[in-house]
Design a binder for this molecule. Structure first.
Ligand code: PRX
Length: 572
């Protein structure tokens, strides 16, 4: 559907004039906003929390937390002390030092934020794990990163294969009266006693901050390493894209297990001294609208899947809540359908601003700004200081309206610094002439707006979560009935894509619905619920190349009734 452009609505936005700013912008000027530009002492957690605690924001609420059982508020001053306490527990009870990997595997709670920032204050590298991960997924990540410490909860600790992780020295369990045994320690017991004073570990701008594991089309998930220097971009995009101001109540719905939940659920809002809302529990339209009403949310960052689910819940329910505080809405993770923008405009009276970025990019790169016209369906324009182009497979820039690889000129402040343990993989992201290749295909129109067209590789985006087909296939073939498996993303109106698996069975197994369900549960329990195929189709044999590689592209063409393209490499 083509929709008319939505013109900007006049307002007092932090970014006044996109085109002018893009011409004159320099990242160097942004550095002046940080205390280290004068002191030379760098630490993300200091800039995000302590600096405000020592300023006029001391008694301003930093964190508002709500779950079924808790409703709590913490000021920046309290956050400073509580993150110091968490740091002291990690240091004294587990010997955490600069560079150590500290993994956090827990549902959203204030303690998740204390532990994450506490670890960062020690110069440790934080590895967030999504709470839905099951044993196999947890093991892969802790093993690859050689995590020394894990912070988790009584409900999740059973998914940690302690015996198989020799590098893992200490596991803190966050819960009331948890027993201690072997490597397991009671976090809260020590947290209550710990000192709230701490000497922060000062680090270099290019020292490790956070390690997010993410999926590609081949191999196991890889650890994308970000460094403290990323704060430059977190801060400035928070200012100009989220448009955060002193009185805003900001809510990012993403879990810190994913990059949006850290870059824009922790760093960007707190670097800007904003009040940050965190809500635990599951998605429901009523609970979400209630959150906006109850906290008076003004700036709301969510994902197309969620907006589509809210849209599906109907307009009647929207009217039951007072959402009048909302002034700015943003989206990330998948293409934002023009229809969703139209709906948002109707029910909230606001434009939904799409933003494009990736785990690897660390922060927003292509955005719709409040001061700019929105072309529904377009991701927007490059953030100032960011050079974006569409390039061919050799890295040559293409003119407007030609589809090709969406590429970014290397060297933006929040660019990943490494792939953990895998320099070769890191290099593979870049063309020799300095373009970072995103793996997305897109085109740029004559006005400089970028339009997403799809993934170049087989990576699946389901409900905004990135799933590698190889990871799912590997799990599937661990099931005794499965001989071969090929996994694709199948377009879905609500979830963007769903995971569909084509499976050839081993001799002696007959296709049945029970078997489908059993296989689904097998992936769910071994990997993660969101990685389990919603659809399974049994087939005799899978299309493969002569070298034995499953041709997902052919499976996709079958599924969508499209021509399968070049089949010259396919076996008979
Ligand atoms: O395909 C693009 C899609 O999500 C991919 C990155 O996934 P992930 O690393 O999990 O990060 C998601 C949130 C930062 C991209 O390669 N994607 C992200 N934003 C958009 C998008 N696709 C279309 N439009 C977007 N705005």
């Amino acid at each position: 559907m083509q929709l008319e452009a939505l013109p900007t609505v006049q307002g007092d936005y932090n970014l006044k004039n996109y085109e002018e700013t893009y011409k004159t912008f320099s990242w160097k000027d942004v550095e002046k906003n940080f205390s280290w530009s004068e002191t030379g002492r760098v630490n993300m957690a200091y800039e995000a929390i302590d600096r405000h605690a020592e300023s006029f924001r001391k008694n301003k609420v930093a964190l508002m937390y709500l779950s079924d059982t808790r409703n709590e508020k913490y000021t920046f001053y309290e956050m400073k002390k509580l993150t110091n306490k968490a740091a002291n527990v990690l240091k004294e009870k587990a010997g955490v030092q600069k560079g150590d990997r500290v993994f956090i595997f827990m549902p959203r709670s204030p303690e998740l934020y204390f532990a994450t920032l506490g670890a960062i204050k020690l110069g440790a590298i934080v590895g967030p794990l999504f709470e839905a991960f099951m044993e196999g997924a947890v093991k892969d990540r802790l093993e690859d990163s050689k995590a020394k410490v894990l912070v988790t909860t009584p409900d999740l600790v059973g998914r940690v294969p302690v015996d198989q992780l020799p590098a893992l020295e200490t596991i803190f369990v966050v819960g009331e009266n948890v027993g201690e045994e072997g490597k397991l320690l009671d976090f809260l017991k020590y947290f209550k006693e710990a000192s709230d004073k701490l000497d922060i570990e000062w680090v270099g701008r290019n020292d490790g901050l956070i390690l997010h594991y993410t999926s590609g089309s081949t191999g196991k998930p890889k650890g994308v390493l970000h460094v403290h220097n990323a704060m430059i971009q977190h801060y400035q995009t928070g200012k100009w894209v989220l448009d955060l101001k002193e009185d805003d109540i900001y809510w990012c719905t993403a879990d810190p297990g994913w990059v949006t939940g850290t870059s824009y659920g922790i760093f960007a809002p707190w670097l800007n001294g904003a009040t940050n809302v965190v809500v635990g529990g599951r998605f429901s339209p009523a609970a979400w609208y209630k959150t906006i009403e109850q906290f008076g949310v003004t700036v709301w960052y969510s994902a197309p899947t969620s907006f589509r689910m809210l849209m599906g819940a109907g307009n009647e329910i929207v009217r039951q809540y007072d959402l009048s505080t909302l002034r700015h809405i943003l989206s990330v993770g998948e293409p934002l359908n023009p229809e969703v923008i139209r709906w948002g405009n109707e029910v909230f009276g606001l434009r939904i601003h799409d933003t494009w970025w990736m785990t690897e990019t660390g922060a927003q790169l292509i955005c719709n700004y409040p001061c700019m016209d929105i072309k529904p369906g377009s991701m927007g324009k490059p953030f100032p200081g960011i050079k974006v182009a569409i390039v061919d497979d050799q890295g040559n820039e293409l003119p407007p309206n030609r589809m090709g690889n969406l590429a970014i000129k290397k060297g933006w402040p929040s660019m990943m610094a490494a792939i953990w343990n895998n320099p070769q993989k890191y290099e593979s992201y870049f063309f020799p002439n300095g373009w970072y290749v995103s793996g997305d295909s897109a085109y740029m129109d004559e006005d400089g707006y970028f339009w997403f067209q799809g993934r170049v590789d087989d990576v699946i985006m389901t409900s905004g979560e990135r799933v590698g087909p190889f990871e799912v296939e590997s799990k599937l073939i661990e099931h005794p009935a499965v001989a071969e498996a090929g996994v694709i993303g199948k377009p879905d109106p609500v979830r963007g894509e769903i995971i569909k698996a084509f499976i050839a069975l081993r001799g002696g197994y007959e296709p049945s619905n029970e078997l489908k369900e059993e296989i689904r549960q097998f992936v769910k329990k071994g990997l993660a619920a969101h990685a389990a195929p919603r659809e399974i189709e049994f087939c005799e044999k899978l299309p493969k190349t002569r070298s034995g590689k499953i041709m997902r592209r052919v499976l996709k063409a079958w599924e969508l009734n499209l021509p399968a393209g070049d089949l010259s490499t396919m076996e008979d």
